[in-house]
Design a protein around this ligand. Structure first.
Ligand SMILES: *[C@@H]1O[C@H](CO)[C@@H](O)[C@H](O)[C@H]1NC(C)=O
Ligand SMILES: *[C@@H]1O[C@H](CO)[C@@H](O)[C@H](O)[C@H]1NC(C)=O
Length: 366
């Protein structure tokens, strides 16, 4: 064989190999087309780009692993600054359901199908079989059904966001096996039942947002073992029982929202002498005194204790605090003179009204 022939054959081989490597696997393409077939997006035409052999190339919202060319990300947001939305002068709207065909994309790492307002149906339970899944973000749809029972198998999952849907049923006990989970957002659904007792196993969690559901039972004290937890929002549920005092000992907990529940007992002193700077305990059944534990390093952007059954006086130490932005003690059974000085000089009467017998500025003189 002459050199030019060899050269020619090598070139052909290279071309053949590279075309095999470049196009996405036909099975991935088929899975995406089946996924698309169960959705209807009438206004923007985002699926018009889903044509051609290579689903890694210019398919809107799809990206692939650069080495294996398998589909790695589905990123479809109904609210976006993409030009496609600007041209249409509107936000996205999509109906239909999430096809179990997405489970046939074995390399999927992130699934974002967010803010389409009209997508219904359930979360395909086979999603728990996707070993590389890191992000599942389905916020802002009309998804029903329950969270998959064996969701705990997703060992790489860091973000689970299903907020603003119609999800019902219990939090699956397996959820506490999500050892990589950092961000859990279940807000504004119809979730019932209790928070798993061993919730504290979620050692990587930094945000746990469970607000606006129908969650009952007590707050598991194991939560306080989550070293990185910065934001805990359990508001607008049906939680009862006491506030675990250990929540006040957490290293980085900055926001604690327990408002609008049926929480009873005393406010643990530790909670007011902690890293928490945004504290809402409003609309519960808390009783006893407000602990007199404020000090120079106390710093609060919000303390809302309104609509409880708190008694006694406003603790004197509160004027030692370095900062208190918003304080609401209204609708309790407090009595006595409102301390003078900061933070009281910038607060309005509404922070103190509807108590047993509070007096002094900004209320009437004693
Ligand atoms: C605290 O929670 C109550 C009840 O959910 C809410 O009305 C109030 O606005 C919250 N307070 C602050 C300061 O956000
Ligand atoms: C507040 O907490 C600190 C340590 O976190 C502790 O040393 C101090 O005694 C506590 N203060 C009160 C009044 O409980």
């Amino acid at each position: 064989m002459g050199v030019p022939v060899l050269y020619y054959i090598t070139l052909l081989l290279l071309l053949a190999v590279s075309s095999v490597v470049v196009a996405c696997p036909p099975s991935d393409r088929e899975a995406l087309l089946a996924f698309k077939a169960s959705l209807h997006e009438p206004y923007l035409g985002i699926f018009n780009s889903w044509t051609g052999i290579d689903c890694c190339h210019n398919w809107y919202g799809i990206s692939c692993d650069p080495e294996t060319r398998q589909v790695a990300d589905i990123n479809l947001r109904g609210e976006s600054e993409d030009p496609i939305f600007e041209h249409a002068h509107r936000t996205g709207y999509m109906t239909g359901f999430i096809s179990p065909a997405i489970c046939k994309l074995p390399r999927l790492s992130s699934v974002t199908i967010a803010d389409w307002k009209g997508i219904s149906g359930v979360i395909p339970s086979c999603i728990s079989n996707l070993p590389f899944l890191r992000i599942l973000d389905l916020i802002g749809n009309r998804i029903t059904g329950t969270l998959p029972a064996d969701i705990g198998r997703l060992k790489r999952l860091t973000v689970l966001n299903v907020a603003d849907n119609l999800i019902s049923g219990r939090i699956p006990p397996s959820i506490t096996s999500l050892s990589s989970l950092m961000h859990l957002d279940l807000r504004n659904n119809r979730i019932t039942g209790e928070i798993p007792r061993d919730f504290g196993r979620l050692g990587m969690l930094s945000r746990a947002l469970l607000s606006r559901n129908q969650i009952e039972g007590t707050i598991p004290s194991s939560i306080s073992q989550i070293y990185r937890l910065a934001d805990l929002d359990l508001s607008l549920n049906r939680l009862s029982g006491p506030i675990p005092a250990s929540l006040g000992k957490m290293a980085v907990l900055a926001t604690l929202n327990l408002d609008c529940n049926r929480i009873a007992g005393y406010i643990p002193a530790s909670l007011l002498n902690s890293s928490i700077s945004d504290l809402n305990l409003s609309r519960n059944a808390l009783e006893g005194n407000i602990p007199n534990v404020f000090q120079a390093r106390s710093y609060f952007t919000v303390i809302d204790l309104s609509y409880n059954k708190l008694r006694g006086t406003i603790p004197k130490s509160i004027s030692l605090a370095s900062f208190i932005g918003h304080l609401d003690l209204s609708h309790n059974r407090l009595c006595g003179r409102i301390p003078a000085g900061s933070p009281f000089d910038h607060l309005e009467a509404s922070s103190f009204t509807f108590n047993a017998c509070l007096c002094g500025k900004p209320l009437k003189a004693c």
